[in-house]
Design a protein around this ligand. Structure first.
Ligand SMILES: CC(C)(COP(=O)(O)OP(=O)(O)OC[C@H]1O[C@@H](n2cnc3c(N)ncnc32)[C@H](O)[C@@H]1OP(=O)(O)O)[C@@H](O)C(=O)NCCC(=O)NCCS
Length: 178
């Protein structure tokens, strides 16, 4: 049994379990999944993911990670709230899904639930995210959740498709409340 933190229609956010690390590790070694993440060349071991998991409880004041679960309560991805800054009331979010679970609206709803967590439970003032300019799906996930494009670092990151702009999006609490 896994505790559910927030429940939506298609997905829920659940507590991430140590045994989830095997899938997370598999997905993070899939070049299609990582090609739009911070370091697309990274190849990781399961041990590294176990250490990452252990570190989550040590970094609790600045980071939370959730399991994204589908209708059948199966793990389909993860969403991470990092750089939680309670003085400024800000945090960054990031997310990824196993390739087999793309295109079903899961990420859009997972981000909606994450925003509810950030604004209603963490009492944050602003949530931000960054994405590569060629990550159409991620840009749509952010736009559909009300995020606004607020900045761009030109030709900032190297991907297998060449250098891309890094886009910054944010959402203020009062905009989310509307
Ligand atoms: C980005 C990601 C999380 C999107 O997850 P998802 O569950 O497939 O997204 P959704 O199903 O909620 O779709 C969101 C929107 O993106 C669109 N979309 C989905 N896949 C797409 C693709 N490959 N190309 C273009 N648009 C796509 C959907 O059509 C939808 O837009 P619409 O409602 O206007 O039609 C997923 O593709 C992923 O894990 N990618 C690899 C990791 C990553 O890039 N993470 C984000 C880093 S900033």
């Amino acid at each position: 049994m896994r505790p559910i933190v927030l429940k939506g229609e298609k997905v829920s956010l659940g507590v991430l379990l140590k045994e989830d690390m095997e899938k997370i590790w598999m997905w993070n070694n899939d070049r299609e999944v990582v090609r739009t993440l911070a370091d697309p060349s990274d190849v990781s071991t399961l041990e590294e993911w176990h250490r990452w998991y252990e570190n989550l409880s040590l970094k609790k004041s600045s980071k939370r990670a959730f399991a994204i679960l589908n209708e059948g309560n199966n793990l389909v991805g993860t969403v991470i709230v990092s750089r939680i800054d309670l003085r400024n009331g800000t945090a960054e979010i990031g997310y990824f899904l196993g390739r087999e679970h793309w295109g079903k609206g899961y990420a859009t709803e997972a981000v909606r639930l994450t925003l509810e967590y950030c604004f209603r439970y963490l009492n944050l003032r602003k949530v931000y995210a960054k994405t590569y300019e060629n990550n159409t799906a991620s840009i749509r996930v952010l736009e559909k959740n009300g995020f606004k494009l607020v900045g761009r670092l030109r030709k900032h990151a190297h991907t297998p498709d060449g250098y891309v702009d890094v886009l910054f999006y944010d959402l203020l609490r009062e905009e989310w409340e509307k």
